[in-house]
Design a protein around this ligand. Sequence first.
Ligand SMILES: [Zn+2]
Length: 289
Amino acid sequence: MHKNKLLTYSIICLLLISIIAPISTTHAASLDSVVNSLAANTLETSSTQTGNGFFQQIFDLVFNKILGPVFNIFGGSSSTSSPSKNNPVTVKPLPPTNSNTTLKNKIIVVDPGHGGSNPGAVANNTRESDNNLSVALKLRDKLVQAGAKVIMTRETDRTVAPEGSSLSKELGARVTLANSNQADAFVSIHSNSNSDPNIKGAMTFYSTGKSSALASAVENAMVVQTGAIDKGTSSANFHVLRNTSMPSTLVEMGFVSNKEEAAQLSSDSYRSKLAQGIFTGIVNYFNKN
Ligand SMILES: [Zn+2]
């Protein structure tokens, strides 16, 4: 009888401590943090459905972690180490903060430069407008997968303003899409060209303000991903950068006038690397801004 009472009180005490301790250390945090805190201290269960929620976590904590070892101790087991051999404790690492939610509901305009009657730079059997569109479509897919709302200025080989419009109307149509949708970021995708065929590398442009940070984030991630020569970021007075009212950047992915980069820009695998690099840069920018 006495032993049973002691056992009962011990269980109640441990139960209260197990519930109060994690909550008191995270008093300033949200319920999510409390649940995460409990999850990190709880046995890994085969069912990790978030729908099980708070009470499932409490249940697992009490019955697997607290009661199991307690009964071992009171049963006079020679093993006093918790946990028991049948229920090894596995502490699950918490996911990195914001890893999946950084771009959620962010409105991002992706602008493949040129198109239609204006192919942009053409050299070494590759057209700028084709390279730009291919990378932009890959970038779109990655952004959508990350939860962003993506607006493409074009998704086919066409002009954005009606065919035959002036250049300023063509560029103005791209700017209008970004401004009227109150986009969080505008990313224009281009390929470069130079009269010197030896010049190669990736560079990224911005106009003012926060755009500088966006350009740096994109340039850095792009050269890491592709191994391209880092030609850095520069301020430029381009129409689409000057007139967009949100952080905006223009990426020159490489030189079609350079044989090696022209071949890379034409290849599907290199286009995927470019898209991944630009995507990572956008994520990195929004993680800090
Ligand atoms: Zn261009």
